[in-house]
Design a protein around this ligand. Sequence first.
Ligand SMILES: Nc1nc2c(ncn2[C@@H]2O[C@H](COP(=O)(O)OP(=O)(O)OP(=O)(O)O)[C@@H](O)[C@H]2O)c(=O)[nH]1
Ligand SMILES: [Mg+2]
Length: 457
Amino acid sequence: MVLDKLGSTLRKGVTRIGNAIFLDKKLLDSIVKDIQKALIEADVDIELIFELTQKIKKLGLDENIKGIDKKEQLVTLIHDEIMNILGGEAKELQLKKKTKIMFIGLYGAGKTTNIAKIGFYYAKRGRKVCAIGLDTDRPAAMDQLEQMCEKAKIPCFVDKKEKDPLKIYESYKKDLDKYDLVLVDTAGRDGLNKELIAQIEKIDKKVKADLRLLVLPADVGQTAKTQATEFQKALSIDGVIITRMDGTSKGGGALTACAESKAPVYFIGVGEQIHEIETFNPRNFVNRLLGMGDLASLLEKVKSATDEKQAKRIEERLKEGKFTLRDLAGQLEQMNQLGSMDKLLSMVPGMGGAAAKIPKSELEKQEKKMSQWKSAISSMTEYEIENPESLEKQTSRIARIAKGSGTTTTEIRALLKQYKLLKEMMNMQNPEKLASGQIDKKMMQKIAKQMKGKVKF
Ligand SMILES: Nc1nc2c(ncn2[C@@H]2O[C@H](COP(=O)(O)OP(=O)(O)OP(=O)(O)O)[C@@H](O)[C@H]2O)c(=O)[nH]1
Ligand SMILES: [Mg+2]
């Protein structure tokens, strides 16, 4: 997927918001910092990033909004703001029954390739498409268009000898009338200069294109703003195709820059193959970046990851400095609802990073162990649950619990060991520090090591 780094950071941010027990300033700062870094890497304008993250912080720190409401509003804000900087609500490219599209852009932007891609795209959707080559500047331009159109299986009109694009057009005019979508290839330049403007205007006077689409490569990043604005001023373009989104991390910059210069992006190129083109719609794009079909299902996920009562309870427990097997069981329960071990780890502030380093097979093994531990806990007496230390060296009690829960004494001991470790962790941290995700590094390493199975249970 394009912009996958930005996507994974945003998904992580949203997940951390959903899973957070304490959504405080430190946690928020750390999420905002990650989002900022990812947006900078995607080459998004620093001012846009600043505005966006200020909004997240302002809402995040608003004392009047609490709990799940705040989580929902934050996720909605991130979703909507990213969608807005990508261009907001957008319409699909509207084609008339008969449409001529002229492709405009600098050298190597992707005009010729995208004529074939878009031709292929619309031909598949039932349009009668053809292409015409009017790039008489570059020697191999006609051959390239021919080859590309052959791949797309669309007819293509070229003249390898004629040097006047207007004459080429005139000679095929009657043929072109038979098609309902005509794609016009034009020559590029190193930069937008008077000569290119004059040439395009001259061709367009003849062709009378319904749409002029600017082709921009994604690797220009946010400088796309200058290009889009200049082309818009000089040639009144109707929209943009951003190509090579697959080969750069700067695509975010190109997309947001076009949105800023009010040039709608209609398509993005995501690979060299003929079918590797996608219609661009900011809403769908952001939904995909966030890893969800739509905002509603994203919010649903955030809601189901939130157990307000559980969070309150743990918060109180931590403040009291208490942590019993019941709390551990509660966490296991919540983890089971969420469905995976890494969620449990990310619920413990500061543990998200450790979870990411654990291989999946190991997590599955741990999940199985967790379910055994859960049945072990349910075979204990109230007193044992509240005071797990009382079980230490009590071989007969441990054997009873093992038997009652269909596990082994080794597993019960492992559970007690894990509990001790977690308790140690809780005790070592003051609650504020823990809430902000500042878990002692050594302790985190110790837990991560155990989870990795280096310490045998
Ligand atoms: N990876 C990748 N490569 C692309 C994409 N779109 C175009 N390209 C490549 O970009 C290069 C330039 O594309 P062209 O279509 O020749 O560009 P042009 O604008 O017609 O260039 P000129 O005719 O020289 O002005 C080619 O090697 C294409 O294969 C894309 O979406 N992804
Ligand atoms: Mg070309």
